[in-house]
Design a protein around this ligand. Sequence first.
Ligand code: HEC
Length: 148
Amino acid sequence: MRSLAYAQIMKTKPGIPRRALAALGVALAVALPAFTATALSQADRSLPQGRSENLPEDRLAELVELCEGCHGPGGVSTREDVPSLAGRPADELFAEIERFYFYERICPDVPVDEKDAAGGHMSMCNVTNRMTREEGKALSSYFEAQDG
Ligand code: HEC
């Protein structure tokens, strides 16, 4: 008697309604491309693209001067609180620039002029936050080409 009632319940137990399945399908169709787009943009993300592919010489020189103020002439550092950049692979340098840009790396504030702490401080996040991808790449190649 008992088992008969059980069998009856099983027979009448509703399966997953078609409508619910359709709704799930729609939800996946909407969510998957959005998810994929996010994943792709994460993989793709970098510094913002500049207006032109070719960085003007004087713009590069201006930036190099800023870098060398802390990283030393040719990116050979004479400061304990600042690493050398000279002769290091451009890809590695650019990857670090991106990490500062996305605040994935701590940016210590250091004096711009080692000997004059009152002369203003700056961090690598300040240095990179308005940098374009072209500038970052050009600087990385520039310092790779210097003798370390
Ligand atoms: C105010 C000083 C200052 C200026 C200007 C500056 N940097 Fe830096 N930079 C630092 C300091 C300090 C660090 C190390 C931060 C830390 O301790 O993690 C650093 C780290 C880096 C690193 C990572 C190196 C490593 O060993 O991980 C790169 C790449 C870099 N700077 C590139 C540049 C470039 C390119 C410029 C010019 C556009 C520049 N920096 C201008 C102070 C400066």
